[in-house]
Design a protein around this ligand. Sequence first.
Ligand code: IVH
Length: 688
Amino acid sequence: MTDFLHAHERVLELRRQINHHNHLYYVLDAPEISDEEYDALLRELQHLETEHPSLVTADSPTQRVGAEPLKAFGIIRHRKPLLSLGNAFNKEELRDWHKRVIKLLPGEDLRFVCEHKMDGLAVALTYENGSLVTGATRGDGEEGENVTQNLRTIRSLPLAVHGTAPERFEVRGEVYLPKANFDKLNKEREKEGLPLFANPRNAAAGSVRQLDPKVTARRPLDIFIYMLGWVNNGEMPQSHWEALNLVKEWGFRTNPNNRRFDTMDEVEKFYDEWLEKRETLPYEADGIVVKLDNLVQQEKLGAAGREPRWAIAFKFPAHRATTQLKDIGISVGRTGTLNPYAILEPVFVGGVVIRQASLHNEDDIRRKDIRIGDTVVIQRAGDVIPQVVGPVLEKRRGNPPVFSIEDKLRSADGKARCPVEGCGAEIVRSEGEAMYYCPNAACPAQLAEKLEHFVSRPGMDIRGVGERLAVAFLAEGLVKNIADLYDLEAERLASREGMGEKSAANIISAIGKSKIRPLPNVIFALGIRHIGEENAAILAREFGSLEALAKAEREKLGGIPGIGDKIADSVIEFFGQPQNQEIVKRLISALQTPPVSMLKKETSLLGGKEFVITGTLKTMSREQAWEKIRAVGGVTKPNITKNTRYLVAGEEAGSKLEKARTLGIEIISEVELLAKLKPSTDPQPRLL
Ligand code: IVH
């Protein structure tokens, strides 16, 4: 046998063994070999695949982490919509649901499957010929994001199914972060100075929606499959319970706590039991889901809007307790918002000791009439960060003063200042806004976010300086603000641990290339509050240069169509800050922003016209199309409204197409869009 054939055979055998042990370890929780033995198998496979790259397949266990970062997620249209669930908050509401079911299915036998309502993120996974082909988030239920590469990193999700599964099928389930992993992740983030995830749900969602699968791979996610979506070339089973057993046979992880019952009394007992024991679960569950077992009955009942009539979520009540509010602290968020938080007399709530709780904003504190020293009710609803519900007024002693952020942060000179060490900028609050914030772009608490935003694709698009590097540069003191990026030197970068000369040179070159980013992107990259991509494009057209914008007067800004008072104030505040002025001055001298005169002419063509995109485009991603439309003065919107001027229909266009037809909105193809995007200054003669 040739070397290659021999290798091929061994590769297949290794994959079979690794998949088998993966399933034992991650799905059944019953490993048969040691970690070392498992690693040896994986290493041998990796070695053979490196030697013979043609043997690498997408479903190889080596491919769980290998994928390259994505620029943006593609869109996947669900073949069957992903529904949500109606809620019952007490037994009466649960019984009402039961009564409605009986009414719609008179005389029929009913069985119920009870499951935990996992607090995670719904995903739909399709398999073809035994291999995972796509994984999508729920999205709006019709279309979700293509997160296949990230879902591949979940060890308990089989990349290749077991036994004889149908040729094509879809399973649905909940991706979640087990409680223990969540605590570990947040502890690590705290150490690294990163913002904490509020709850396991956010952490799971954030991890699945990571553009870099390697980041997802480091987050120990897990998944329970809770439904068989559809089956091709094979029959759907008769009942949901059978479906759950089937997918388990195919190698998927289903929740071992699932139960099937014949009566509602048993359903209620299941709920009561878990309400008692929910703290003992290794994952966060916010209730139970009761599903009608028979799939024919499910079909008969159908859905009312987005909610199936055949299922209901019976929620657990939030955990509550009372304790004393010792003080109110102020933290500075990464976008500069000043967030008041409650400093509490430690109290036990739902299995954890709570010392701090969120207080939203000053208005909320006043509306609820919460004062320092009060006895307050706090609540946790699956959240790590609990909320203060309100004071127990009967227990208030004396008449403590009404809380004020300005008083709290007032310094010796009488001005309220940002509490972050090394900042001290005067805080601001725009008319009609609930939050105070620190307007200083160089505020240490905001730098990481500012830097990430600056290098992001719609900003300066500095490839290679991703989120992680930006934060590392800050931590190492290589950069202290966004302008410092343009002073970085290759030699200094190359001497960083783990960075070679080549990567250093690539980064410097990417930074160099960003110098010619168009003005709208530069303005967006500054991270001025309320200035998204659209507003940045408007300001670029109006002012034509960063210098002119930096000198803009309030009156002129306020008079620009599309720029409201809130935005105008924010621009004035930003450029009014001495620290920002310094940064902008340095940027202006570092950048070589091309002139905007071209943009101005084109504006008249598409200026202000609203575009919506549906389906997949061939020559560019949706995000690229958005950027191009905005660059010529068009406005992009996610959904069709009566103001939509054009619907751009790509391949496999979705429900928006029908909506556009009904509303009589002009539908254009990708080619037609490209034609419209061509500059009107096009020197070619036009055929009329
Ligand atoms: S079944 C058609 N089962 O709840 C019914 N969903 O509020 C919906 N969820 O988007 C799917 N645990 O993310 C189902 N055992 C479970 C669930 C569950 C959590 C989530 C799911 C869905 C949301 C609906």
